[in-house]
Design a protein around this ligand. Structure first.
Ligand SMILES: [Zn+2]
Length: 186
């Protein structure tokens, strides 16, 4: 999902390949020790781009983090509701102190850049019945700027517990490095 997509040749396996790996996972008891509340007390929001898988670039193991991925890793109303939901559950388990940190991570070469193209945006807006100007704002053209914007959205969301901290980062798909743009608050 970039200006010059690097698409690998069609793989005949699709879900069959993944299911084979699942059988190996189950046989090795990879599920053992998994817990509901994330070990790192972390909630990652990032892009669904397959290059941007936090299990890999953040080295997250099973149960280390909650992960929500969508187009661009944008903080939408649905994402705010998800954070509020987990916040409310966590408040029941932890009577005081910090609950968890939400890390919003945008990346360069993001496919959402297509939404800055008038033709693409117009056709997509029609398809999903959305407002074109809102869709334009969804494009991640300057990840440092959009991540700062989205971090602020979460911090100012009244539905999100004040005991949840929020940070913002940019992942560079060409170096593999994550840079912090907005350090965690509180
Ligand atoms: Zn992306």
């Amino acid at each position: 999902m970039s200006d010059a997509p690097n698409i690998s040749p069609a793989h005949p396996g699709n879900i069959a390949t993944a299911l084979e790996r699942n059988r190996a996972f189950a046989a090795a008891r990879g599920y053992e020790g998994a817990v509901v509340f994330p070990n790192l007390r972390l909630f990652v929001i990032t892009c669904l781009d397959p290059r941007v898988d936090p299990a890999h670039f953040l080295g997250l193991d099973l149960s280390d983090s909650i992960v929500v991925r969508n187009v661009g890793g944008r903080v939408t109303e649905e994402v705010i509701n998800d954070v509020a939901f987990i916040g409310q559950l966590a408040e029941m388990a932890l009577p005081d102190g910090p609950l968890f940190e939400v890390a919003v991570i945008h990346h360069n070469q993001c496919g959402t850049g297509a939404l800055a193209d008038d033709g693409f945006r117009h056709s997509y807006a029609e398809k999903i019945g959305a407002d074109e100007s809102t869709l334009r704002d969804h494009a991640v053209l300057d990840p440092a700027a959009t991540v700062a914007h989205d971090t602020e959205l979460l911090r100012s969301a009244s539905a999100v517990s004040p005991r949840v901290t929020v940070s913002g980062h940019v992942y560079d798909v060409t170096t593999g490095l994550v840079e912090t743009v907005v350090p965690a608050d509180g």
